[in-house]
Design a protein around this ligand. Sequence first.
Ligand code: M6R
Length: 613
Amino acid sequence: MCGIVGYMGPRAACPILIKGLKRLEYRGYDSVGLALNESIGFHLFKTKGKVADFESKITHTYTTGTGIAHTRWATHGLPNDTNAHPHLSESGELVLIHNGIIENFLSIKSMLLRKGVSFQSETDTEVLINLIEYIKNQDDLSLEEAVRLSLNEVVGAYAIVVMERGRPDKMIAARLGSPLTIGIGDGEFFLASDASPFIEYTKNALYLEDGEMGVIIKGKEVEIRKITNNDRVVPSIQELRMNLEEIEKGGYEHFMLKEIYEQPRSILDTMRGRLLVDESIIWMAGIWDYKERFIKAKRITIVGCGTSWHAALIGEYLLEELAQIPVEVEYSSEFRYRNPIIYKDDIVIAVSQSGETADTLSAVKLAKEKGAFIFGICNVAGSSIARITDAGAYTHAGPEIGVASTKAFTAQVTVLSLIALKIGKHKGVLNVPRYRLLCNMLNLIPDKMKEILEMSQKIELIAREYKEAKNFLYLGRGLNFPVALEGALKLKEISYIHAEGYPAAEMKHGPIALIDENMPVVVIAPKRGYYEKIVSNIQEIKARKARIIAIVNQGDEQVNNLSDHIIEIPDIDEMFTPLIATIPLQLLAYYIAIMRGENVDQPRNLAKSVTVE
Ligand code: M6R
């Protein structure tokens, strides 16, 4: 995925674009570029590297009020200066930024090569801008018509913005499968992959829908048209709820640390207005409106990727235990390609922080085609998945900027807990005293999280001992098996240490062969839930001389005696231990990565959401 940003208005575009790129850098950070459009022509700058390095290369103060910019996560071609966006057409008359993949770019490129067009880069994007130019010149078309006709030739996903040399009063934007938002200010327009680049300038946003293009002309209203047939669409302008503080570091060294520390507050936001603890009521309109469906559901399938898939695995335990509904959890990427059997009364829950993950979006579309009822659990309001689902519940974790997901994960688990409790109660499979007890306990989670965050110094000391490790094993049972997976994912994605998560009992079927004094093993061993079994697993590890870091309940003597380090977490019902046990694992990964000198907010090769296959 990449970040795209554009501006047209009375202010100087360059600083707005650079600031916008910084906010979108979480979407990709291997190369960066911008094009300013003046009546005399384009000023084009692009380079491999990050926005901060790029910024220092623009030494002149440009006052022009029209420009586009891009921060890239490479798909086609290496991250280098030539492949960086924006891309000019061969004649230099048109310029384009693009987020997505043009799947049939090779056949289009061959056609254009036969017509004598030459290319500088290896990108699909340069092919697209040359296709637009070729079609435009063939019939002397307007830019918008040439863009529209070209996009009808294209297979793939895109969010694009195009400009024409010497026309600073005009921009064409279009989307299919990749997000694009138009911010509408007083006499000015902003374009961006999400609303963060323009939040301080305007609260009015227009989210382009798939298959729509926007014709943006200075002094006029944005004109929205269907790419297929050029039909006019009435624009729907929405008011943004995001605020500036939410997307800034607020005194923390990294977004990831800020987001870890935000969890007591973000979980409160997730539960706000939903968990009415005094009355023991869980209010969720998305479930209530379809309660019969949920109560009668014979099966729920949950799809997601990465961390969201881990949250889905916890959801499986919660829904089966509390609501007695059989649940299957699938990687979105596997689900979408294996012709899954879906019955009309099936429910498919899609879990996605960004709401833009290509595989999850495609899985949802497939399930929808097959007639399933789709429920979305997304963090980003107005995102593609949130809009395509039949019903849903936002996680309300606030913007998550660090590439490693932290607060979004615990918010997803909280939403799944609320859903499981609500359905279990209405279905009559969860007895009232237990339901009440669990509501009360869920309400205590933010305070319990605070207790763990206060122990961060101890976790930092543990991290210091293990920062040179080459491998890590994470073990947990039951609901804490997905927590082990998530702990391992956090460590590997930001510290680049190889880490595996395993169900603790499964260890003896293979991974035990890896265990020796050089293998640190993190074991999640709370009192509630398979405690004696996990103590046996710890003994097996100890016998092989591995160093053990155990996550235990306060006052646990038994595991303490067997472990090299313990991190104590407050006691809570087994159903909610994942919400608590995850926090020390996030901190451990964070500190280890920092001590190794890694960029935790922008780990190598990753992007915040993967909007390509
Ligand atoms: O936006 P999504 O929740 O759909 O993203 C899914 C994964 O790409 C994401 O969770 C990824 O695994 C993160 N880097 C995890 O920290």
